[in-house]
Design a protein around this ligand. Sequence first.
Ligand code: GLC
Length: 490
Amino acid sequence: MPHRYFSRMAGLCLSVSALMQAADISSPDGGLAHVTETKAERDVRMQWWRSARFGMFIHWGLYSGLAGEWKGVPGGAEWIQKNMELDTEEYAAEAIPLFKPKEGFAEEWAKLAEEAGCRYVVLTSKHHDGFALFNTAASDFNAQRFTGRDLVREYVDAMRRHGLRIGFYHSVIDWHHNDYDYTINPDLCYPKRQRFMLEERGVPRNQPAYKSYLHSQVRELLTNYGKIDIIWWDYSQGAAEGERAWNAPALIEMCRHLQPGIIMNNRLYSYSGLKPDAGKAALDLRKGDFLTPEQRIPAEGYPGVDWEACMTVGDKWGYSRFDTNVKSVETLILKLAECTARGGNLLLNINPTASGEVPEAVAKAMRGVGSWLKICGEAIYGAEPAPELPSLPGVAFATQKEDALYLILSPRRDDGGKNGAPRESGEERRDTVPLQLPASVAGHAHPSVLGMPDYVVSVRSEGDAEIFTLPAAAWDRMNNVPILKLTRKP
Ligand code: GLC
C-alpha cells in the first residue's frame, strides 16, 4: 500500500536521524515527532495481520546444537551463553561444529506451518548470541561463513513457495559484538565471562558504532530478501531502549522506507511482556504496531490495541533435549481460541534441533491444531471477540464474524455419564449433551455444529433459557473443543 508520508518524510527524517546519531543526542520526544500515519492507512496496513490470528515462531541458532546442555550441565536453551556466563569464543567453539542444517529443513518448516494452519512465520535472524543466520557483510559471525549457506534465504524462499507471510525476529541486544555497550543498563543481561574477556583485552565499548552495525544488518535483511512482512524486535529494558540504545526512530524509519507495508512489534522500547499488567498503558503507535505479552494471554485483551501473545509449544524457545513438557493439542487450541476471543493473535513457537528437524512431539502438536483449524478455522481467521456476550456455562470462549456467533465449547472432562459424572458400570455413554443458553443469546438461532453438517441441533425452550442438544461425538471429533455456530436471523 502507498505510504505517502513515508516517502515524503523519508529523506528529511533520515538525514535528521543521521545527524542525531553522529552527535548521539536525544530530542525531547525521543526523536519520534516525524512518525505519523492516519488511522485509515494503518488499518489497511494491519489488515492481513489482524485477520491471520495465528503465526509460527521459530527459534533456531547456534544454541540449538548445544541442546540445552553445556559440557554435561543443563543450562537453558537460547539463553545458554548467558546462563553459563560464557564468552563468545568458548561458546562458538563448542556450538559451531554442532550446528549442521540439513538440506530441505526450510521446506519442512513451511509444510508444517501450512499443516498447522499458521498464516505467518517469524524466524530468529539473529538471537542474543549475535550469530546471524544470514549472509551479512557487517560481521563474520554468520551462517554463510560457517555452513556455506544463507539459511535466511532458504527460509524466505520456502515460506514464499507456500504462500506464508514472512517475518524476522531480530535481537537488538548482542553478546558477541565488541562494540555493544553492556553497561547501557545493568538489568540487560550480559554473560560475565564475555565482559571479563573484553575488559582484560581492553576492548572499548562503542554503542554508536554498535548502532550502525545493527542498522546495517537490518538494512541487509530488508533489502536482500524481497518483501518482508514482519520485523519482531527483542528486547529493551529500562533506559536501554529507543533512541538512546538503538537509534530506534531512525531504525523504524528505515524499515518503513525499505518495506512500506512492514509490521513491527514494540520491543525497541522498554516493555515487560512477562508482567501481567504490561501493556495496560496505550501503545504509542510511533514505537511499534503491536504489544507482545509473553507466555500469557491478557485476561481482557487490550481493547483497541493490536497485540500478539507469543508462547512456546514446549517450555523453551530454543531447542533443549530436556524440554519434553509439550502442551496438548487441546491446550494449544484453547490458547488460540482465547487469543482470538480477546482480540489478539497467537505466535506459537517451535524449536528445531541443530539440523533443522522439528522435534516430533512439537510437530505433532502443531499439526493437531491445524486439523482442528481445517474445520473450525472460520471461528478464528478474521473473527473478532464477542464482548457483549455474558460468560456462559459450558462455553469457553466466543468469537463472531459477519452474521455468525461462534461458541467455543468447554472441553469435557467426564467420560459421558449422567450430568458430567463418570459412567457407572453398565451405564450407556450418552450420545447427546445439553447446553443451556439464555434465550437472548439463543435468539441468534440457526444452530449448527462445525464439522458435523448433517447433525440437526434441536432446541427447546425452558423458561428464560433454551436447551440445545449437541452430539457428544462433537467433542471426540473436535479434539475436545467443538464449536456451536449460531447464525443471526436476517
Ligand atoms: C525473551 C527472551 C528470548 C525469546 C523471547 C521471545 O525476550 O529473551 O529468549 O526469544 O523472549 O519472546
